[in-house]
Ligand binder design. Structure first.
Ligand code: CAA
Length: 440
């Protein structure tokens, strides 16, 4: 069976930067460590006035096509995942295809285009759709372009305001890919939840505390479901676990689940079994409450052990490096986590070809998905080609006044027109509602 997966990735950050400990915390009267240590964030990427989901998505896709020397004829499918869409009929992929057609020879008339919505998990769902399309043999030798693009902004003074972000990730899905192959097996956890909603409104209505609990509940179900189809993975079998990262502090909690459910550490379980006289598994307890108490005790003890802390530092922490500097990119977030991990391996001089990633995607509303990926021989070249460090360093640093102005400008209800804070440099810029971006 032909291997299918991600051949290449590109990333595009919003051109502005909001410093959380330096600018945001003093204005909010909060301890900067609430953001840097509690949420795990240093900064957010922010879109300038000429940037939106179309321009950021088109810019990421443009870089990817140029670097891989792709023409429109090589691409048979364009799917955009977003939870920041502005059009309930025409998909964002058509706007992005229009941008790309203005600079490449040929057109995308042959390409199937769509838009995927299921909060932040939509990016992974589009990846799954592309995988299925190729595996079904419907691609006629062409690859699929998946673009996850969002302006993840919250209303001012919403608790989520500290976790904002804006950016896009473009993924090229093919047979025999250079970066990672995807597993056939997946695990799901899905339920009707109302913790995070955007019913025809610019900023989400969020029950933040509950959203954290729902994330963990669905992720736990997905992990158990994954085990039921793929069997257990062991500690040494998984190199990195990239999770959807609304903020790194969320992943700190999810990592405990992964450790407990995917990577069953029998040494730690035996230790606990000795302490409590039983194996920490549900069948060993008479009531659910008894089991829950034992499990909580186990989890609390676990995170203090050297063994867990070493595993976290090597397997989870490297997935969070980029998120710390850019905030939440909603649909792109788990794909940023994958890039972050691979970039870490590259910087450490580690060869991870043939190693496994266990990827935990999540979308409010709510659904979690676990699948695995195997890193391919071409991974180093792909990650080396990214210019992420330059993009991050080139962002304009917002003052508090700038921030208020640009936040209002992106609030479409307020209709504020402002001068941009940076000058576009060979990139697509916002052409007005309903129009594709133009390249400047
Ligand atoms: N020093 C160190 N740590 C500190 C601190 C300090 N001075 N002050 C607070 N902290 C810690 C807290 O103890 C807490 O850590 P734990 O959760 O580990 O206990 C952490 O910092 C955050 O503090 P609070 O819980 O007080 O923060 P908050 O209530 O202001 O905001 C939030 C947290 C409600 C999750 C908010 O960020 C939010 O609403 N975010 C948007 C929703 C979201 O991202 N939910 C995540 C799951 S849903 C999802 O994943 C989909 C998606 O992308 C949106």
């Amino acid at each position: 069976m032909t291997a299918v997966g991600i051949d290449a990735v590109e990333i595009w950050t919003g051109n502005l930067k909001l410093d959380l400990p330096g600018v945001f915390a003093p204005e909010k009267g909060e301890d900067p460590e609430k953001y840097t240590k509690g949420l795990g964030l240093n900064a957010s990427s922010f879109p300038d006035s000429y940037e939106d989901i179309v321009t950021m998505g088109a810019n990421a896709a443009h870089r990817l096509m140029e670097r891989k020397r792709l023409e429109p004829d090589d691409i048979g499918r364009i799917d955009v995942a977003t939870e920041s869409a502005f059009d309930n009929s025409k998909p964002v992929s058509t706007y992005i295809a229009g941008c790309l057609e203005s600079v490449f020879d040929g057109d995308f008339h042959h390409a199937n285009k769509g838009e995927r919505k299921f909060a932040c998990i939509a990016g992974t769902q589009s990846l799954d759709d592309a995988y299925n399309w190729i595996r079904a043999g419907r691609n006629r030798g062409r690859g699929a372009l998946v673009i996850a693009t969002d302006t993840a902004l919250y209303a001012r003074d919403d608790p989520g305001e500290a976790t904002q972000g804006a950016g896009a990730v473009a993924l090229y899905i093919t047979e025999d890919p250079d970066l990672v192959t995807l597993s056939t097996e997946q695990g799901y956890g899905s339920a009707d939840e109302t913790d995070f909603l955007k019913p025809n409104q610019q900023f989400p209505s969020v029950d933040g505390k509950r959203s954290v609990q729902v994330y963990l509940a669905r992720m736990r179900e997905a992990l158990v479901d994954y085990q039921s189809v793929a069997g257990e993975l062991h500690l040494d079998d998984v190199r990195f676990v990239p999770f959807h990262t609304p903020f790194p502090g969320m992943v700190r909690k999810a990592a405990m689940l992964a450790y407990r459910h995917i990577i069953r550490d029998t040494a730690v379980e035996d230790e606990l079994a000795e302490e409590i006289g039983r194996q920490p598994r549900s069948e060993a307890f008479e009531t659910d409450d008894e089991f829950r108490d034992a499990l909580r005790e186990y989890m609390d003890g676990l995170k203090e052990t050297d063994r867990y802390q070493e595993w976290y530092a090597e397997t989870i922490d490297p997935t969070l490096t980029i998120a710390r500097e850019v905030g939440n990119w909603y649909t792109g977030s788990v794909h940023v986590a994958r890039i972050s991990a691979l970039k870490y391996a590259l910087e450490q001089g580690e060869d991870i070809a043939g190693q496994t990633l266990a990827v935990g995607s999540y979308g409010s509303g709510a659904q979690a998905e676990i699948h695995t990926e195997v890193v391919q021989d071409g991974w180093k070249e792909e990650i080396e080609a990214l210019n992420l460090d330059e993009q991050l360093a080139d962002r304009y640093e917002l003052t508090w006044d700038d921030y208020e102005e640009i936040h209002d400008a992106h609030n479409h209800d307020m209709d504020v027109d402002i001068e941009s804070m940076t000058a576009p440099d060979g990139e697509f810029v916002f052409g007005g509602w309903g129009r594709m971006g133009e390249r400047e």
